[in-house]
Design a protein around this ligand. Structure first.
Ligand code: NAD
Ligand code: IPM
Ligand code: MN
Length: 367
């Protein structure tokens, strides 16, 4: 039997730094747990542009389509700000999401006990928090037509279009209901049905899909009120489903409930492939962090947790994913702190690789 394939795209800025730590973890699972992947690596974002003049080469796109899962670091950086929009690093990531049809983006926000004091919110608001934001990822205003900057009379107009079909809403809603069934059976859908027709349709279709999930308690919230409720009392939520743009904003907001953007993983899932596994790309929620790139300061945990999500959602290794998550929890409880986590408790400062090594040691201790 061949090993499952994993395509690694480290990308730009801190992407390669955090991915180097994930590589150590992958090697550990191969050596110590017999979970061996056929790993290959390629370029995306600015790194791909520098070599090929495009943020995603067609060969890389083909490799991503063929892989059992893709793991991505981060793309972008100030060096590329001057580039034409069509070849900006971010376009490479958006092409991957669109062409792989990764419509359901799972962004969990979990507050580890050791970090409950690190949020900008009060400890009792975030302690024990475990919510899941499901962000629609392949449609909405990110991709709707018409779009562009046009001349209108003697001035320019910038246009983007929020567009959702019923089937696009239904499939992401279904994925969120399925998740809710495996969690606390509560789903909150967020849109702005008070001002947007796409929001009205969103609410109608989610309600319709909900009839297939009578056990799930469905609620609806306007996304602006949802942002307020997420900061007021986030533990009222279990699963949240929302569109592409609202999901982008709300998941960064949720990151701060956990203490650091450097803690948030994500899974972008599509329809099942022939082998029954979903098409999948795993990546941290954070970006390339140009302000700290190259300094060994980046927190690799978001990227390592993204690999844990890959173990769980692509490779049926839920127990090993839990082992990895527990190792991270232990390391944090023992006080290891990358720069973004230097907070109220002092802790022990560690570099990016120091954090990776501590997690490896905790993994060793777990077997
Ligand atoms: P960012 O997420 O890169 O950084 C925001 C802040 O969080 C910075 O202060 C950064 O130092 C800190 N931070 C982020 N990740 C961290 C980590 N792992 N450890 C410690 N600190 C961390 O967002 P930005 O500055 O708005 O964007 C920078 C570039 O990244 C832009 O080009 C943007 O388009 C791109 N971006 C890419 C992705 C992605 O690849 N998925 C996501 C978001 C932003
Ligand atoms: C994210 C990022 C991306 C997005 C960018 C880099 C294209 O912010 O993954 O959250 O807006 O979706
Ligand atoms: Mn974002």
């Amino acid at each position: 039997m061949t090993n499952p394939s994993l395509l690694i795209l480290p990308g730009d800025g801190i992407g390669p730094e955090v991915m180097a730590e994930v590589r150590k973890i992958i090697d550990w699972f191969g050596a110590k747990r017999g979970i061996v992947f056929d790993v290959s690596e390629d370029l995306v974002g600015g790194a791909a542009y520098d070599l090929h003049g495009t943020p995603l080469h067609d060969d890389t796109m083909a490799k991503a389509q063929a892989a059992d899962a893709v793991l991505l670091g981060a793309v972008g950086g100030p060096k590329y700000d001057v580039l034409d929009f069509s070849v900006k690093p971010e376009r490479g990531l958006l092409r991957l999401r669109k062409e792989m049809d990764l419509f359901s983006n799972l962004r969990p926000a979990q507050c580890f006990d050791a970090l409950a004091d690190f949020s900008s919110l009060k400890k009792d608001v975030v302690a024990g928090l475990d919510i899941m934001i499901v962000r629609e990822l392949t449609s909405g205003v990110y991709f709707g037509e018409p779009r562009g900057i046009f001349k209108e009379g003697n001035e320019r107009v910038g246009i983007n279009t929020q567009r959702y079909t019923e089937s696009e809403i239904a499939r992401v809603a279904r994925s969120a209901f399925e998740l809710a069934m495996r969690r606390d059976k509560k789903l909150c859908s967020m849109e702005k049905a008070n001002v947007m027709e796409s929001g009205i349709l969103w609410r109608e279709v989610v309600t319709e899909v909900g009839k297939d999930y009578p056990e799930v308690e469905l609620s609806h919230m306007y996304a602006d009120a949802g942002a307020m409720q997420l900061t007021r009392w986030p533990k009222q939520f279990d699963v949240i489903v929302t569109d592409n743009l609202f999901g982008d904003l709300l998941s960064d907001l949720a990151a701060m409930l956990t203490g650091s953007l450097g803690m948030l993983p994500s899974a972008s899932l599509g329809a099942p492939m022939a082998n029954g596994r979903p098409k999948a790309l795993y990546e941290p929620v954070h970006g390339s962090a140009p302000d700290i790139a190259g300094q060994g300061k980046a927190n690799p945990i978001a990227c390592i947790l993204s690999f844990a999500m890959a173990l769980r959602y692509s490779f049926d290794q839920g127990e090993e994913a839990a082992r990895l998550e527990a190792a991270i929890e232990k390391v944090l409880a023992d006080g290891a702190r990358t720069a973004d986590l230097m907070g109220p408790d002092g802790g022990t400062p560690v570099s990016t690789s120091g954090m990776g090594d501590a997690i490896l040691a905790a993994l060793d201790a777990s077997i």
